[in-house]
Ligand binder design. Structure first.
Ligand code: AMP
Length: 429
């Protein structure tokens, strides 16, 4: 039997009729948007390794979280040290922040990352074992304005991608002592219903009771209807802060929904948390989310600097784009496709394609062209914008026709003005 890809993984490919979200051109399109977005908000990219010491995630993300306790790909290296494939980006970024002594450069930092993450979970629609995240983190600014800048950036990402019908959920989970007293109240409320909760929520009751609020199980949702509300536990100061954030969001005309059940899965969050959902995704409906994590750097023995960030899943973004019929314009297809017919034209065609490429115009050629129809099919398959056929006649007259494959129009151009002409066409798009 031939070797197959492990469960929960997929290939990003140049061709796919059925699963368009796997097309590399779509990936490049999204990647271009997120690099430009980050640049527009003055966030700098940081690249960290895909595996780290297991301890980093245990301490950073939290041992009680599903991500760390159940979903990590952990292995021993040859020196018997425990390593894990990164399940998320923030812990590694904060480690790098401390190790590279970023705090000595300035007190405020805006960073972003893009790359594969790994979680050993049951694969399903929108849930993979290797998936890509793009995330941004702002370190050193405790202000509400910083919270809103991060949310605005995330909102702008979806605007640029053209995504529709998304909901921004926002909540405020306060400081550690707020959460501790809330947890006690929540447990008191849930205790009489314990046997009726889903198996997953029963497990969480001891380890991580706040996560029960996140449950997608219908029975749990019903039981949680009258559960205590964290917003009634936060301090007056926190309440003011949350109000300010909401007002600023309204001021920027960013629609949001206060969702007091939103707690997010990772341990490090405090104060503001948020999530973006799409109704096009089914059960795994979160496109992205984030929140404040003011004590993580300190937890890692780093500087006592507050931080806030978000992460989005690229697969889910692409799947939503496809479901919403969003067209990707920037496809990396050849602009010109050359079909040389006969020996005479071969040398000329070769020089032509070589100089087009040196002029940075994407193009291709059918070196083995024999029948026009066959070569045109190849040009069509690779979605070339223009086709040039060069035969003996063209070589004799020193002019040729450029065919627009989409509009089915053609124009005649002389050899000596050809490169200039194509460059003008290319610039015009
Ligand atoms: P999290 O780090 O769990 O807050 O996840 C942030 C985003 O990453 C989610 O909203 C998803 O879009 C994406 N994501 C998380 N886990 C997976 C997964 N197993 N497969 C695909 N996307 C994921």
């Amino acid at each position: 039997m031939s070797i197959q890809i492990p469960k929960g993984l997929y290939d990003i490919v140049p061709y796919s009729e059925k699963e368009k979200w796997k097309l590399i051109d779509y990936w490049h399109y999204v990647e271009k948007i997120l690099h430009k977005l980050s640049n527009d908000y003055n966030y700098k990219e940081i690249r960290t390794p895909i595996f780290e010491r297991t301890e980093l995630f245990e301490r950073g993300v939290g041992q009680a979280t599903d991500v760390v306790s159940k979903e990590m790909y952990t292995f021993k290296d040859k020196a018997e040290r425990l390593m894990s494939l990164r399940p998320e980006g923030t812990a590694s970024l904060m480690r790098a922040f401390i190790e590279n002594n970023f705090a000595s450069y300035s007190q405020k930092h805006k960073l972003y990352y893009f790359g594969p993450m790994f979680r050993y979970d049951r694969p399903q629609k929108g849930r993979f074992r290797q998936f890509y995240q793009y995330g941004a983190e702002a370190v050193g600014d405790p202000s509400e304005e910083q919270d809103v800048e991060i949310i605005d950036m995330l909102h702008e990402l979806y605007q640029r991608l053209g995504l529709k019908d998304l909901v921004l959920h926002i909540n405020y989970i306060g400081q550690a002592n707020t959460r501790n007293s809330f947890k006690e109240e929540l447990k008191k409320y849930l205790k009489p219903h314990l046997n009726d909760l889903s198996k997953e929520s029963q497990d969480r009751f001891i380890k991580n009771p706040m996560r029960i609020l996140d449950s997608k199980d219908e029975r749990d949702i019903k039981i949680l209807e009258n559960a205590p509300n964290i917003l009634e536990f936060i301090t007056n100061e926190d309440e003011e802060s949350f109000k300010k954030i909401c007002n600023l969001l309204s001021h920027l005309k960013i629609p949001y929904k206060i969702n007091n059940k939103l707690v997010r899965g990772l341990d490090y969050y405090n104060k503001t948390v948020f999530e973006i959902t799409s109704s096009y995704l089914g059960a795994q409906n979160a496109l992205g989310g984030g929140g404040r994590y003011d004590s993580l750097l300190k937890e890692f023995n780093g500087p006592n600097l507050p931080a806030i960030g978000y992460a989005v899943g690229i697969e889910r973004i692409l799947q939503t784009m496809i479901a919403q019929g969003i067209k990707v314009e920037d496809l990396n297809n050849p602009f010109i496709f050359i079909i040389p017919l006969g020996e005479k034209s071969k040398n000329y065609s070769f020089t032509l394609i070589s100089s087009l490429r040196k002029n940075r115009i994407p193009c291709d050629i059918d070196f083995n062209a024999k029948k026009i129809q066959k070569s045109l099919q190849i040009a069509n398959k690779c979605n070339a914008k223009y086709v040039i056929i060069i035969g003996d006649d063209e070589m004799d007259k020193k002019k040729l026709k450029i065919k627009n494959m989409e509009k089915r129009t053609e124009e005649e151009v002389k050899f000596d003005t050809l490169i200039y002409h194509i460059k003008t066409l290319y610039k015009a798009g």
